[in-house]
Write a protein that binds this ligand. Sequence first.
Ligand code: G6P
Ligand code: MG
Length: 215
Amino acid sequence: MQTLKAIIFDLDGVLTDTSEYHYQGWKRLAEDEGIPFTREENDAYLRGVGRRESLAYLIRDRQYSEEQIQEMMARKNRYYSELIKAMSPKDVVAGGFELLEEIRHAGIKTGIASASKNCRIVLDLLEITQYFDGIADGNSVVNSKPAADIFVFAAGLVNVPTIACLGVEDADAGVEAIKTAGMTALGIGPQDRFHRADRVLPSMENKRLKDLLGA
Ligand code: G6P
Ligand code: MG
């Protein structure tokens, strides 16, 4: 990596545990529809994956009309919205405020690259929107992770070349996107989840800038 000039964070499962709420939303939808769905499948196939692609995994070769697909995506989003509405700053990962302060004090830009259309709602509930120089969300690009687009877009928003960015992700598809974008990739979670991460940390809790950099 060139001198680090920006850190681009995924949101769900990195800065807060909304990945659990996404799982619960899909689980409830799967139960409505009588589709078997486990936490293990969620971890292996849905983590960090977009809304439509997630539904496609759930329904597999079951036949649904486009109208039914739209209704199911809207229903899952209602379930998810109910789950997040009580979120507050206490749901930011432990040490998250201090970490974001430290990064900004160090003169490093901060960005978000989240596939979620709920990204700004969650950032506002957590009261961390103001910590970011650029926010790329589920409305920003056409090609979803593992395509590099959202990380490239976020790097542009903070005005830093991708080679000088560190990307932080809890999903393997996200790490793939970071690497394809030309950034250094930090994976958050079990080592065996990631194929191309430059470094892996088991959790984001109570991390300082030096932990993210591996210095
Ligand atoms: C993120 C989450 C996924 C979610 C996707 C779309 O990538 O990690 O679990 O499916 O965003 O989120 P949305 O809020 O737009 O349905
Ligand atoms: Mg994530």
